[in-house]
Design a protein around this ligand. Structure first.
Ligand SMILES: [Zn+2]
Length: 313
């Protein structure tokens, strides 16, 4: 009988590696560097070596492992195919089969934002609910949809890409994805700072932000909480777009709860309440009472979700 599961969250700089019991207990956790040289061809062999090392350490063999779940920063299909992970240098190939051949262990993959959603659904902010949409607001804006305990992949592996909803009319600069006017361009940590710099340049309004040496999303939220009018204007603008994005998601999947994670969510109640205000303003009436809560697992969410992928629902 297999006893353990691996949950691996592959990021642009490190892979977060969790070893879990089948009951969902995190037994050990390590990070290994993501070596992106040679077109990213070293990443899966590195993960394979890591797993073999852990098994040797625990006096176990591949027979003891139920499977490896892997979260990847790109579009993933349920059959194990990745449709480009630009950050890793990967093109289109079956990453699940490739890692399975290296390790001799069954592998399942999912998009990293979907895996974070599944982790939060399993043991985090969404654990009391049956369906949820998670929005991760950090360097970018990621999204994941869980319905009846299962992550939604979508036909092209692009379900839940809430950050690239084309919501912003008249945007002149391009998003990382190549389009113009994505939600991420105003609501990611960098988007929030960009919005603030734009508003500072366009108005003469006095603001404490003008004398701050380094403007970050955190500084903007702190100043807004402190009553700075321009910082408030920035946060209202950002949260109006986030509220609208959530309302669009509700219009399509009508989840039981929205879970907000990522570094920016550290702004807490103030941030969540503002999103909720604008969400209620523009959502279809039947979904108006849907809860918006904070994520609970921080950076570990993706690792938990990848492990949960192996357990199924
Ligand atoms: Zn985009």
């Amino acid at each position: 009988m297999s006893k353990i599961i691996f949950g691996i969250d592959v990021g642009g700089t490190t892979c977060k590696c969790g070893t879990f019991s089948k009951e969902g207990e995190l037994l050990r956790k390590e990070e290994i560097p993501t070596r992106k040289d040679e077109g990213g061809s070293l990443i899966l062999p590195d993960i394979s070596e890591y797993i073999k090392g852990v098994l040797a350490d625990m006096n176990m063999t591949t027979e003891d492992v139920a499977g490896i779940g892997m979260g990847l920063p790109g579009a993933c299909l349920e059959d194990g195919t990745v449709n480009k992970c630009i950050n890793l240098g990967w093109g289109v190939f079956n990453a699940a089969n490739a890692l399975s051949e290296l390790t001799g262990i069954p592998v399942k993959i999912g998009n990293d934002a979907n895996m974070a959603a599944l982790g939060e659904f399993w043991v985090g902010g969404g654990s009391e609910y049956n369906s949820m949409v998670m929005v991760t607001i950090g360097t970018g804006v990621g999204g994941g949809v869980i319905i009846d305990g299962k992550p939604l992949y979508g036909f092209n592996g692009a379900a839940g890409e809430i950050g690239h909803l084309p919501l912003v009319e008249g945007e002149t600069e391009s998003c990382n994805c190549g389009k113009k006017g994505c939600l991420e361009q105003v609501a990611s940590a960098t988007g929030i700072v960009r919005t603030a710099n734009r508003m500072l340049a366009e108005s003469d309004m006095p603001s404490s932000l003008r004398s701050v040496p380094y403007i970050s999303a955190k500084v903007i939220f702190d100043e807004a909480k402190g009553g700075d009018a321009l910082a408030i204007q920035v946060t209202e603008y950002v949260c109006r777009y986030l509220g609208k994005g959530l309302a669009c998601a509700a219009g399509m999947v009508d989840p039981e709860v929205f879970v907000i994670g990522g570094g920016v969510s550290a702004a807490g109640e103030y941030f969540i309440n503002l999103i909720d205000k604008y969400y209620k303003e523009c959502v279809f009436h039947a979904s108006r009472q849907t809860k918006i809560v904070k994520a609970a697992l921080g950076n570990d969410a993706g690792m938990y979700g990848a492990a949960k992928l192996i357990l199924g629902n």
